[in-house]
Design a protein around this ligand. Structure first.
Ligand code: UDX
Length: 445
């Protein structure tokens, strides 16, 4: 089998590398020559644990290559995956599909034999059909089902565990147009290694696969938002949201995953996908009001986190120093997209606080987005002279701080933990007043 993957962003690079690991011959294509050069030198454009080794091994074994030449790369392939960006369009929030359609047109012009054209980028419902139209317009000589098929194969990769998610997914979803027998066979063959480990490949209609992707992400965003609002209630009535999550999560129908209360979801998928689904649903005359509420609640929540920090400082942050640990939207990534810190930091600055921050991988990205704060060399350095320590992202290295060093670094004795990474009584015993999410504040004896 041979495939081309168009776009070496997060999804394209991880999918391409993983398919090559499955034994398929893969060429990853990107217009950006400097990016391809860097990847060829072994420098990954994204931070993803294990990706550099995976790429290096498969390049060495001759199964994985990188190119800027789309036309040459799609010659003789069984499938072309479109994994280009689909940013939210400014103004109306719709996903911007211009890169997807441009890629489809270029692929069509270069096709010299049958290929399945697969959308891997997260695209609004109906995009697959439009891709088929673009292809037929560019190449009226091609016949759908004979010379090409259009397939939707959404990704469910989590940043930080994307390789594991690709290699051992809960399921693979493949949507095709009626009669796309060859397209299905190509996809079945590409994912054959998963059959060996009994991972299901679900074949559906094209539009169904497109809906599944949005339904999955919006459901998860809803689940998180649900527990976040439960956390607010717990704080008011003296309950513990972690136990509530356990208590409901043990019900198999609910499940214990994605019930960790925090500062609100962020990242490249949930915020964008929720917005896109809401737009699609409104346009289709079937508004999904629950997701509309989720978006509103989540946005408000991020800003409200700054208010909590100010409250912990006694209601006035003027002249106060905040030591902020974690800037990325979650651990094991350098991704700052829609990170709660992007709302929290400006609100704290506005309230008159000064901030010294540290993140294990996100500093470079953060510096592009957050100005007016100091960036520290490590966690303890971030706490220098701080009145309050704030945990914003639950990086492992923040889970076992040396309390003696913390006490030496910061004169303040207040901690606001937006990720619930510590046991409240334990932290109080170390002499700190500890505020967390959905649990009672713990005060030193
Ligand atoms: C998500 C989906 O999980 C993945 O399937 C999809 O393809 C892309 O979007 P990702 O954005 O990488 O992946 O991160 P994920 O681990 O899902 O976390 C998303 C956000 O939710 C983060 O901000 C995280 O901190 C937050 N979250 C997650 C919670 O607040 N509580 C939880 O219990 C789980």
């Amino acid at each position: 089998m041979r495939i081309a993957v168009i776009g070496t962003g997060y999804v394209g690079l991880v999918s391409g590398a993983c398919f090559s690991e499955f034994g398929t011959s893969v060429v990853c294509v990107d217009k950006d020559a400097s990016k391809i050069e860097r990847i060829n030198r072994g420098e990954m454009p994204i931070y993803e644990p294990g990706l550099d080794d995976l790429v290096a091994r498969n390049v060495k074994e001759g199964r994985l290559e990188f190119s800027t030449d789309l036309a040459a790369s799609v010659k003789g392939v069984d499938a072309v995956f479109i994994a280009v960006g689909t940013p939210s369009r400014r103004g109306d929030g719709h996903a911007d599909l211009s890169y997807v359609f441009a890629a489809a047109e270029e692929i069509a012009k270069a096709l010299d034999g049958y290929a399945a054209i697969v959308t891997k980028s997260t695209v609004p419902v109906g995009t697959g059909r439009k891709v088929a139209e673009v292809v037929m317009k560019a190449r009226p000589d091609l016949e759908l089902g004979r010379d090409f098929d259009v397939v939707s194969n959404p990704e469910f990769l989590r940043e930080g565990s994307a390789i594991e998610d690709f290699m051992r997914p809960d399921r693979v979803v493949v949507g095709t147009l009626d009669g796309a027998t060859r397209g299905r066979e190509v996809m079945r063959a590409l994912y054959r290694p998963l059959a060996l480990i009994e991972k299901p490949v679900l074949f559906t209609a094209l539009e169904t696969a497109e809906v599944i992707k949005y339904a999955a992400n919006c459901f998860l965003a809803t689940k998180i938002t649900f527990i976040n609002e439960m956390a607010n209630l717990c704080e008011q009535v003296g309950a513990d949201v972690q136990d509530v999550a356990k208590g409901i999560g043990l019900d198999n129908r609910i499940g214990n995953k994605f019930l960790h209360a925090g500062p609100g979801y962020g990242g490249s998928c949930f915020p964008k996908d929720c917005l896109a689904l809401v737009k699609t649903a409104r346009d289709a005359g079937a508004p999904i009001r629950i997701v509309e509420s989720v978006i509103e609640v989540n946005e408000g929540r991020k800003v409200d986190m700054a208010r909590r920090i100010v409250d912990a400082l006694g209601g006035d942050a003027k002249g106060k120093r905040v030591g902020l640990l974690g800037l990325t939207f979650k651990p094991n990534t350098d991704d700052m997209r829609d990170s709660p810190s992007l709302a929290i930091v400006p609100a704290l600055l506005e309230a008159g606080a000064s901030i010294r921050a540290y993140d294990p991988e996100g500093m470079h990205e953060a510096q592009k987005l957050l100005s007016g704060i100091e960036y520290a060399a490590d966690a303890y350095d971030a706490l220098k002279d701080a009145d309050v320590l704030v945990f914003c992202t639950e990086w492992n290295q923040f889970r076992s701080l040396d309390w003696t060093r913390v006490r030496q670094a910061m004169p303040g004795r207040i901690i606001v933990d937006l990720r619930n990474i510590y046991d409240p009584t334990r932290v109080a015993r170390e002499g700190f007043t500890y505020h967390s999410i959905g649990r009672k504040a713990a005060i030193p004896a």
